[in-house]
Write a protein that binds this ligand. Structure first.
Ligand code: GLU
Length: 458
């Protein structure tokens, strides 16, 4: 290991930042912070057709939101084509790359004819083609031998060279491919540790062969992180699963919770305390302890961790974060008075509107209404409570005591009695504690709502 390890997160801006890439970013960040190293950011935007600038913005925004600040300026591969072309020239000069004019249709047709394996068949290897329009440059993979590495997470991994196709390093349009740009950049930025997803395992022998051909020295250390899978044990995919980090943010997951949970995928703290500040995880995280088996991305657990974090922040912070979810709810009165009660209950901030939508008038929730008002006790409950509250000091304990006395008198349970009252006042059967709500609304408004409920029932 070099004195000051350097790792990088190298997303391709072909989609929004998803949980799998965020996991890679976090592991790199943790590794760098845990080892006094540097965490670089590189935007792998060589594929002009698939990249969109707003996707790069999203990736940077989400990394900042997660608190995964990178060191220095992000490197954009689109600014470095000259370096990649120079590397390609070195491969040509060294005889480890050759020009090829095969179309993919021709390659496929030949493979089909031969009943051979997929991939490039080496047709142009010895044709001695010169460079020219429409010609791609391919790397000449040795016919024999084995290429492998000692993966920090997976142990020894190796591939027979005979199983690796002669892959393209410069496309027929003159642009470098991912393989070439990736290797050149890691060398030029002195990356000591490549920490990336399992989907790159198969590309790593190509990486190593290219490095060798370019005369680069010892390769970086590799750590290939596990796949993230859904409940069906299928690899997370943007078509099937909810993977966009922006969605999680918009649904009211806190960045503290998100990075806390992501750190638990494939890794666990030695003392078993899972919900904890990231600073503590930095102290404990060891990349070699990451488990190579697929890690289950468990929504329930993520929600649990988020709920724990919602309870950890102080009220001012909670109000500041809740604000955008309860637009129109008065901050100084409603959120300050009732915020702590909501803070104890929600798992994600997007549940908040349901807790505050009765403030100006009862919510319109037919199912709650029907369920509560079909109870035989409904009319007596409303009559009784209107009567009991008429002259009550308007304070939650007193309101609660009178409510309990009424339950006893009507010989009914507190939960049955609560239904018609709650639905008249808030429109919903579940929510914040009833007596706090009544106290908040005040005598006149509460009694008006109870009377309106009773009138609607009659
Ligand atoms: N650009 C690659 C990706 O988004 C990452 C390559 C790497 O980390 O080496 O999957």
């Amino acid at each position: 290991m070099t004195d000051r390890p350097r790792c990088r997160f190298a997303p391709s801006p072909t989609g929004y930042l998803h949980v799998g890439s965020a996991h890679s970013a976090l592991c790199n960040w943790l590794f760098a912070r845990a080892n006094g190293g540097e965490f670089l950011l590189r935007i792998e935007d060589t594929d002009a057709e698939r990249n969109r600038p707003e996707l790069t913005d999203n990736i940077l925004d989400m990394l900042r939101w997660l608190g995964l600040e990178w060191d220095g300026e992000p490197l954009h591969q689109s600014n470095r084509f000259d370096e990649y072309r120079a590397a390609a020239e070195r491969l040509i000069a060294g005889g480890t790359a050759y020009w090829c004019d095969c179309t993919s249709e021709q390659v496929q047709a030949r493979n089909k004819e031969r009943g051979g394996k997929p991939g490039y068949d080496g047709y142009c290897r010895d044709r001695g083609l010169e460079r020219g329009p429409g010609r791609a440059l391919r790397f000449r993979v040795p016919d024999e031998g084995v290429t492998g590495w000692d993966d920090v997470i997976r142990g020894k991994v190796s591939f027979e060279n005979a199983d690796i196709e002669d892959f393209v390093v410069v496309r027929s349009n003159g642009n470098p491919t991912f393989f070439l740009a990736n290797v050149v950049d890691d060398e030029d930025t002195a990356i000591s540790h490549v920490i990336r997803g399992e989907d790159h395992v198969n590309g790593t022998p190509k990486y190593l062969l290219l490095r060798g051909a370019l005369g680069f020295g010892d390769p970086p250390v590799f750590a290939h992180l596990p796949f993230l899978v859904n409940a069906q044990r299928k690899k997370l995919s943007k078509r099937r699963d909810d993977v966009s980090m922006l969605n999680y943010k918009e649904r009211g997951f806190l960045p503290e919770a998100m990075r806390n949970y992501l750190a638990l995928l494939g890794w666990g703290p030695p003392d078993g305390v899972e919900v904890r500040p990231i600073e503590e995880t930095v102290e404990m995280f060891r990349i070699e302890d990451v488990n190579p088996s697929p890690a289950f991305f468990d929504h329930k657990k993520l929600e649990f961790v988020n709920g724990e974090w919602i309870r950890r922040i102080d009220l001012d912070d909670f109000i500041a974060r809740a604000r955008e979810f309860v637009d129109g709810v008065d901050e100084q009165t409603a959120l300050r008075a009732l915020g702590p009660l909501a803070q104890e209950r929600v798992k994600v901030l997007s549940e908040l509107p349901d807790y505050f939508d009765w403030i100006t008038e009862p919510a319109d929730d037919t199912r709650s209404w029907d369920k509560a008002m079909k109870l035989p006790v409904a009319a007596a409950a409303l009559d009784g409570i209107i009567d009991a509250y008429g002259d009550a000091p308007w304070e939650r304990d007193e309101l609660h005591a009178r409510f309990m006395a009424l339950a006893e008198r009507l010989e009914t349970s507190a939960s049955k009695l609560q239904g018609p009252i709650r639905v008249s006042v808030t429109g919903r059967l579940v929510g914040l504690p009833l007596f706090e709500i009544l106290e908040y609304l005040g005598r006149d408004e509460s009694l008006a709502r109870l009377r309106a409920g009773r009138a609607r029932l009659a």
